[in-house]
Structure formats: C-alpha cells, structure tokens
Design a protein around this ligand. Structure first.
Ligand code: SAM
Ligand code: SF4
Ligand code: F3S
Length: 462
C-alpha cells in the first residue's frame, strides 16, 4: 500500500540517482536471488537497475547499504530459507539503521507473505512482487521520502523490455522468451505470482540473442514456464519451433538450450527442430511430474502417460541416445503406492539422463492445497529415496555410453574438488571434468572420456 503520491518512474529514477550521488562514498548493494533461472534472469535486470542508480556491488551483506533478496515461492522450504535469511540479517539493521532491506519476487507476490513481512519482519523496508526491476526506483523514492515498509505486491503483467541488464557470466546467458503461465497445475503457485502468459516479440528476442553471440556468448538458455506456448498471444504465426529455427540461423559458435517444455504442447515440429538444428543442444527437458494417469489428471497436467511416452518414442526412434531430463513430484496428495510404482516404471522406460525430484509441498491458494492427503511424510521421503536411487543407477548406466568417446564441452569453471581440473558441460548438459588451464573457461573444447559415474564424466583434453 502506498500512502503518498509517487512521481513518474523517470522522475523517481532521477531523484534516487541524485540521492545516491550525494553519498560521500559510493553505497554498495548486496543482491541474492533464490529459485529458478527466470528469477535469476530477473535479478540480472534488478542488478542493472541498481547499477544505473549508482550503486556499487558487494558479496558481503555486512558491507551493503542496500540488501535485496529476490525470492521463490515454489515450495515451502524455499520460503523458509528466505524467512531464515531475513532473521539472520536483523542485527545488521540494528547496527546500521540507514541500511535498506528489500524483498522482491514470487514469494512476496503472495498477500499473506507480504502481511507476515509487514507484521513480523519490521526491519524489511521495501516489499515488491515479481516484475520488480522496473518498480525499484519508485519504491526507493518512497523509502527515501520516509515511507516505512513501502509495499507493492501487484502482479504486473508487463514485459520488461529495455531495462539495463547486468549479466553474471560473459559466456552463458539466459534470455526469457515469455513470462507468466496459464496452466494452473493444481500444485503450483507460479500462475498466481507471475500472472498470465505473455510472449516477447520475436524480433526483440532474436536481436538480443544475436548481440549476445556477437559479444562472445557461447550458450544461451531460452526461458519460459512453458516455452511451447510461445507466440500464442502474438497472433503472428510465430511459434516456438519457428523461433528456434530462426535463432539457429544466426552464425557463430554457440549452443541454444531452453526450458521448460510442457509435454501437453511438445509437438513433432519442436522435436524435429531439436533433432536437426545446428546450434541446438541435444537434450530436452520434458517435465513429466508423475507416471500415473490418475495423479496427472488430478494435477491438471492435461496429458497422459501414453501421450508422453509417444513423444519420447518420436524422438528416440530418430536418435536412440537422445538425452531427456525431467521434473517429478513425489507424494502428491493421496498418491498411492501403485501410483508411485507407475512413476518408477516410467522412469525405467524413459531412462532419463537426469531428473529434478521434489517432495510435494502444499501451496496456499492452489487447488491441491484443499485435496485430502493420507500419505505420511515418512512414506513420501521413503518414496523419494527409492526414486533417487533408481535415477542414480540409470544415470550411471547412461553415462557409460560416453566411455572412450570424444565429446564437445563448453568449459565453464575450475573444479572445486580437484585442483588443476576444469569443469564443462556436454551438449546433453552432463558435467565433465578434465585437467586444463583456466584460460579455456568460456570456450568449447574436445574431451576424450576415460571414466564415467552416475554424476559425472571425466577425461582429458584433445
Ligand atoms: N513450468 C515448468 C513445467 O511445468 O514444467 C515448471 C516450473 S516449476 C518452477 C519447477 C518444478 O517445480 C515443477 O516442474 C515441479 O516439479 C516443481 N513444483 C512446482 N510446484 C511444486 C510443489 N507445490 N511441490 C513440489 N514441487 C513443485
Ligand atoms: Fe507451474 Fe504448471 Fe505453470 Fe509449470 S506449467 S509453472 S508447473 S502451473
Ligand atoms: Fe521460479 Fe520460484 Fe517463482 S521457481 S517462477 S522463482 S516461484
């Protein structure tokens, strides 16, 4: 609730900038983003806006004049982490009352969370929902003019074009192609906190990707909650496979990845683009969530196990080793042992290279939150362990297909566990380790694989 008239965003920007310039020493901002890659992409815009306002950056909250957490609401433990972190910095505000603490993102877009922050986290100065980057100057302006606990949790449905972006990597970049979600899977909070689907104009996306590639970027991740519905709201005939094909024509040495791809909309055209594209990484993240038709229907996923398996078959008939990854939820309300065993069977059949498995977390306001659930927490975690151990076995068996082969990797860092080694990722997104000089980071390399395990490939540079 805003209790004063706030001038236009441009005037706020100017006033906040002048205020920051008046500090004897440049104030520093500490920014931490929780959650998914879309949130991380938002944080790069928040970082860009903070820099344009005159803030420097610090990795140490104790040195910051502004602390900003960009939050996630997808599971309860994500929210608990934020509340815990906010509790742990209360003393910083006591030591320095001029410190500005700001919380943004999906978690704060929920009215009950904003209310908890207002009541029980009095040291938080600014609460902003998603689409925070463009609203930050106005909120800082309100704070600067004495508004205590400035709050704006409206779920804005605009497309943030033209904002300054401060990217965290020089060779990997995330490019959102669309925002929001229309799917309302019954367990999921995202549509409530991110609003309805809206696609960026293809020209804007293609230009952004082109300029990243020309600037030396080697890997671009196209992002959306369901990239397969890209373009539906544009009415111009551009769908996601067509966008992929256009991007793929940009000359250069790079990989394109994307996520997430909802199975209800994954078409043969998408798979054909993936199978034939020159720059498209050979992997598809196709979140299945469950291997039981009954659970899928109660999740409102709008596909069946049979339809999902026909998509897997389409791609594997054309490339038997094509890499697939997935998301799975264990312990959806009233998931029976038979439902869970159906999930295990599906995982055995598809043989994913990797999966993200989550124990169901009840989200206030979603349909599943009102569903009866007789499965105990102990049973859910036991199922989770069974699923993870199955996936570990399959990953180990799958990774053995690379033994003795030469793979192309994008070198992305130094190994933390084995000094002198670099880490990289294959086109399938598998982590690879090999001895090498850090000057290779950010470049492609050929690596001969000499050892494999469930979690990793290792070898040497050619
Ligand atoms: N839009 C993507 C899709 O539909 O594939 C998913 C995005 S969501 C941020 C990432 C994953 O979180 C989902 O695929 C799902 O497995 C998991 N997830 C979402 N809500 C959850 C909940 N309430 N409890 C547990 N896991 C959840
Ligand atoms: Fe959530 Fe479903 Fe939308 Fe994915 S598609 S963000 S799981 S509602
Ligand atoms: Fe992402 Fe979490 Fe929001 S997963 S879209 S940051 S709820």
């Amino acid at each position: 609730m805003q209790t004063q008239t706030i001038p236009s965003p441009e005037e706020c920007q100017k006033a906040v900038r002048a205020w920051i310039e008046s500090f004897p020493v440049q104030p520093l901002a500490y920014l931490h983003s929780f959650g998914c890659q879309l949130n991380a992409a938002d944080a790069e815009q928040i970082a860009g806006v903070l820099t344009s306002l005159g803030y420097g950056r610090t990795e140490d909250p104790a040195k910051a004049s502004l602390i900003l957490y960009n939050t996630c609401a997808v599971r309860e433990n994500a929210e608990d982490r934020v509340f815990g972190t906010l509790g742990s910095i209360k003393h910083l505000k006591e030591q320095n009352p001029a410190l500005i603490i700001c919380v943004t993102g999906c978690m704060t877009a929920q009215p009950q969370v904003a209310e908890t922050l207002r009541r029980s986290y009095r040291h938080v100065d600014i609460v902003l929902g998603s689409a925070a980057a463009s609203r930050l100057p106005s909120m800082l302006y309100a704070h600067m003019h004495g508004q205590r606990h400035a709050q704006d949790i409206t779920v804005y449905e605009d497309i943030p074009e033209g904002l300054p972006t401060q990217r965290t990597s020089s060779f990997k970049a995330a490019v959102p192609v669309m925002y929001g979600c229309n799917n309302f899977c019954t367990y999921c909070i995202v549509p409530y906190v991110r609003g309805r689907e809206r696609s960026r104009q293809p020209e804007q996306i293609i230009e952004e990707v082109r300029s990243l590639i020309e600037g030396g970027c080697k890997e671009i991740m196209l992002l959306g909650q369901n990239v397969n519905s890209y373009g539906r709201d544009l009415g111009g005939g551009m769908d996601f496979p067509a966008l992929l094909r256009q991007i793929d024509r940009i000359p250069g040495e790079y990989w394109i990845r994307f996520m997430s791809s909802h199975p209800k909309d994954a078409t043969p055209a998408l798979m054909d683009a993936l199978l034939t594209g020159e720059h498209l990484a050979r992997t598809l993240h196709l979140p299945v969530q469950s291997g039981s038709n009954d659970v899928l229907s109660r999740m409102n996923r709008r596909y069946t196990v049979e339809k999902y398996l026909s998509q897997v078959q389409y791609i594997r008939e054309r490339d038997p080793q094509f890499s697939l990854t997935t998301d799975l939820i264990v312990g959806f309300p009233d998931e029976s042992e038979a439902d869970f065993e159906a999930t295990l069977r599906l995982v055995e059949e598809v043989r994913y290279d990797n999966m993200y498995a989550f124990i169901y977390s009840k989200r206030t306001g979603t349909k599943a939150a009102a569903m009866p659930d007789s499965t105990s927490a102990a049973e859910k975690s036991e199922r989770m362990q069974r699923l993870l151990s199955l996936q570990r076995r399959i990953s180990t068996e799958n990774n053995a297909r690379f033994l003795g082969k030469t793979v192309r990797v994008l070198c992305d860092g130094e190994s933390r566990k084995r000094p002198g080694n670099l880490t990289g990722r294959t086109s399938e997104n598998l982590v690879t380790e090999f001895p090498g000089d850090p000057s290779r980071i950010g470049h492609f390399a050929q690596v001969q694989i000499t050892q494999t395990s469930g979690g990793m490939l290792s070898g040497h540079l050619l």
